[in-house]
Structures are given as C-alpha cells and as structure tokens.
Design a protein. Structure first.
Ligand code: ADP
Ligand code: MG
Length: 301
C-alpha cells in the first residue's frame, strides 16, 4: 500500500507552508502541533549556518561485526559547529556509525571498517592514527550516565591528568567545564563528594563536563537523554544548543522531537543504510524518500 500523502489535497497558501506540511506528515497525530512548533521554532534550525565547513567527511563506510555487516556505504558530512542528529529505528546502525567516528568500535574484537572518515585531511580509519588522541579530539557521551566512582572534581579532572596538565590549570579547567555543562552552581559546594550521589540528569551533565574538559573538537552523544526525565532532558537539550557554538556535535536519538529541537542536520538510518540526510527542517517537512516519511509519520519503528 502506498501510504504517501496526497500532496494535491493540500491548500496552496505559501504562508502556511510549514504548518501545512508538518501537520500533514503526521496525520491524526495528537503530537502533530507540538512537533510542528518545535520544527518551526527550533533554535537550531533558525541558526543553521549554510556556510559552515565540513568537520568530518564520511565516505562510503561499510562496517562489519565479524561476518555481519552493520553499515552499508554510508556517506555523510558532519558539519562544523552544528548539531547533526541521527535517527532511525532500533538496530539500524546509529550507535555503530557514531562509534566509528572515534574508533570506539576498535575495542570490539572481529570488527572491520571500510571507507573513509576524513577530519583535517586525515583518514580517521588509518591504522597510523593514534586512537587515544583521536578520542580526545572526538569525545563521547553515552546513553546511560557513566560517572567514575570518584569525586565530582576528579571525574572532570580525569582526562586533564592524562594530558599532564598542571594543578592550577586543572582547577581552572574543571570549573570552566562544569560551568559550560551548566552544572557548576549545583555542585560548586560539594566538588569533593562522590559523583554517584548526583541525580541522573546531573550525572549526565557531569559526563558532558568530563568530555569537554579535554577540549574536544567533536562531541558524540548516543541517546544522551534516554535515561532521563523530561526536565533533565530539557536541560541537556538546552546545553546541546549552547555547546554547538563551540563544539561540533553528533547526537543519536530515537526521539524525533528531540532531533527537531536540537539539530541543524538530520540523517535517517534504516537497516544499516543512510536513507536520507538533509537540513533538519527540510527532512521533517519535506522528506524526499518514502521510508523517511513513513518513519517520521510514526508508521514504523
Ligand atoms: P542502533 O544504535 O541504531 O540501535 P546498533 O548500531 O547498535 O543500532 O546496531 C546495528 C546492528 O549491529 C544491529 O543489528 C545489532 O544487533 C548489531 N550489533 C551491534 N553491536 C554488535 C556487536 N557488538 N556484535 C555484533 N553485532 C552487533
Ligand atoms: Mg544505539
């Protein structure tokens, strides 16, 4: 059955263009209005910089877990100082793709990557790449907040010790990172307390502070709000928007509203393939592929 919408039934008023299209791609959905508002008013979409450079150019990537192929010929630009969201149903390869950008998949035995991811004229998949310094340049925030069993201060200072920073520099950078992660005011009086005593949302902001402390160029976030309540989620989303002024961000989310709210560009994955990639507003309002339209309309996944 062809579930595509009948565009000819739409009114032709150019002024109501966004309202019309977004409402129509989610027929009968009670959240249609909310999604429309988010897509139309989202800060990220408003501040999309069409001139932005490409930070990482991913070209023709195939990825294998042993015999099992998980990514097929993925080509995608990661745009500098913008937020790229990756959406798609569970198991479509979002995490695999994200982890390929800082070679986290190398840690899994029997995996193999083909293709290229070019950052600053270097192929990140080149065997000569120093993966430890790569992971400082391309940091990661995970689905479940994973603070170390250490104090709040020591969590953020962790990577700075590895970078052999001086005590004074560590002090300053810990404070600055906690401020940037919008956590400083909540923890400044208990920096020596265990990070495990923080709420889930605070822990995730702490993990973001830990990631930015080593001054990465790119931050990868794998469903960073999956374990958080709506208020904590909102805080992280605001933080992502703020951080995108200084960091290139790639975020995996199964929450399309979140993608619409925080990202400038969106890639839609299905069965290991990148089906469609476009400015977020365009992808949600005028998807070019039927699979994309079906997915964002809630017909599967
Ligand atoms: P997503 O993040 O979109 O849910 P994943 O990237 O986690 O998808 O998974 C993509 C595919 O790769 C799935 O079929 C999954 O079962 C498989 N996969 C993920 N991790 C492993 C692994 N460590 N070993 C083997 N297969 C894996
Ligand atoms: Mg995943």
């Amino acid at each position: 059955m062809d579930t595509r919408l009948n565009r000819s039934q739409e009114p032709a008023s150019p002024n109501s263009d966004q309202t019309r299209v977004v409402t129509n791609i989610i027929p009968d959905s009670p959240s249609a209005k909310a999604l429309k508002r988010q897509v139309v008013e989202t800060n990220a979409a408003k501040y999309l910089n069409p001139e932005a450079d490409i930070k990482i150019e991913v070209k023709h990537v195939n990825f294998y877990y042993g015999e099992k192929q998980a990514l097929y010929d993925v080509t995608l630009p990661v745009t500098e100082l913008q937020v790229t969201a990756l959406i798609g149903p569970s198991g479509c390869g979002k995490t695999t793709f994200l982890r390929s950008l800082n070679r986290m998949n190398d840690l899994i035995p029997g995996t193999r990557t083909e293709g290229e991811a070019i950052m600053d004229e270097q192929n990140l998949y080149d065997s000569a790449i120093d993966v430890i310094s790569l992971r400082q340049r391309v940091g990661m925030v995970f689905q479940r907040p994973n603070p170390f069993r250490k104090s709040i201060f020591d969590n953020v200072a962790y990577g700075l010790h590895i970078q052999r920073k001086s005590g004074q520099a560590i002090q300053e950078t810990v404070e600055q990172s906690l401020r940037e992660a919008a956590l400083w005011d909540e923890v400044k009086d208990r920096l020596k307390s265990s990070a495990l005593g923080l709420s889930g949302g605070q822990q995730q902001r702490l993990c973001i502070a830990r990631a930015i402390a080593v001054r990465p160029e790119v931050i990868l976030m794998d469903e960073p709000c999956a374990a958080l309540d709506p208020i904590a989620t909102l805080k992280i989303e605001e933080l992502i928007t703020e951080l995108s002024k200084e960091y290139t961000i790639v975020i995996v989310t199964h929450n399309m509203q979140q993608a619409a709210r925080v990202s400038h560009y969106t890639g839609f994955f299905l069965n290991g393939r990148l089906v469609e990639y476009a400015p977020t507003r365009e992808l949600f309002e005028r998807p070019k592929k039927k699979e994309t339209e079906d997915y964002i309309s809630g017909r599967f996944g």
